[in-house]
Write a protein that binds this ligand. Structure first.
Ligand code: FE2
Length: 207
């Protein structure tokens, strides 16, 4: 079965000025869709039909197949990213997640400042991540299409796409502004908290 472009988990205008419908039209409707189409065009030739998305990503990594890795990992990364976003309602981390954040970073504001720093400091294309590294919260960034799926013990909690296509329509070249506005206002902290069960990767899987 071919991979599909998952629907956005919110209305296209739900994120207001923080992320416009036009950005979503391009980023989800064109960029994410292109990764799906390219991956579907490759899996048949490589004898990987019927294999789950995560297994395709890992097989491509193992074989050093950069084209398939980049495209399939980007399907998963974007499918995870959309779920990390939600309409702005003054949301903040709560419960166990808030406690873990306070223990690891001092406060939610400090976590957000560190994530922004990582996002802004990552050279060129990539993704800023909050992950569970074994049992600790950790901030990191990965380049191009690279993904926590291929790192032992790294379980995804939250990501921010810092490819230029993620912010250029709404923020032009101002990546710091994009990171601050998105992280401070439209993160789906309920999704992030859910991922503390260690099963975040399955939530963006398919096939
Ligand atoms: Fe992207």
């Amino acid at each position: 079965m071919a991979f599909t472009l998952p629907d956005l988990p919110f209305a296209k205008d739900a994120l207001g000025d923080y992320m416009s419908a036009e950005t979503l039209d391009y980023h989800h409707g064109k960029h994410h869709k292109a990764y799906v189409d390219k991956t579907n065009g490759m899996v048949g030739e490589k004898g990987l039909e019927g294999v789950s998305l995560i297994e395709v990503v890992r097989a491509a990594k193992e074989k050093g197949d950069k084209g398939l890795f980049n495209n399939s990992a980007q399907i998963w990364n974007h499918s995870f990213y959309w779920q990390c976003l939600a309409a702005p309602q003054g949301q903040r981390p709560t419960g166990r997640l808030a406690e873990m954040i306070d223990d690891a970073f001092g406060s939610t504001d400090q976590l957000l400042a560190k994530l922004k720093e990582e996002a802004v400091g990552h050279f060129s294309n990539g993704w800023a991540w909050l992950v569970l590294d074994r049992d600790s919260l950790k901030i990191t960034s990965l380049h191009d299409a690279d993904t926590p799926l291929v790192y032992e013990g790294m379980r995804p909690l939250l990501t921010l796409d810092v490819w230029e296509h993620a912010y250029y329509i709404d923020y032009r070249n101002a990546r710091p502004d994009f990171a601050e506005k998105v992280l401070g206002n439209i993160v789906n902290w309920e999704f992030v908290a859910q991922n503390l069960d260690g099963n975040g990767e399955s939530r963006a899987n398919q096939g």
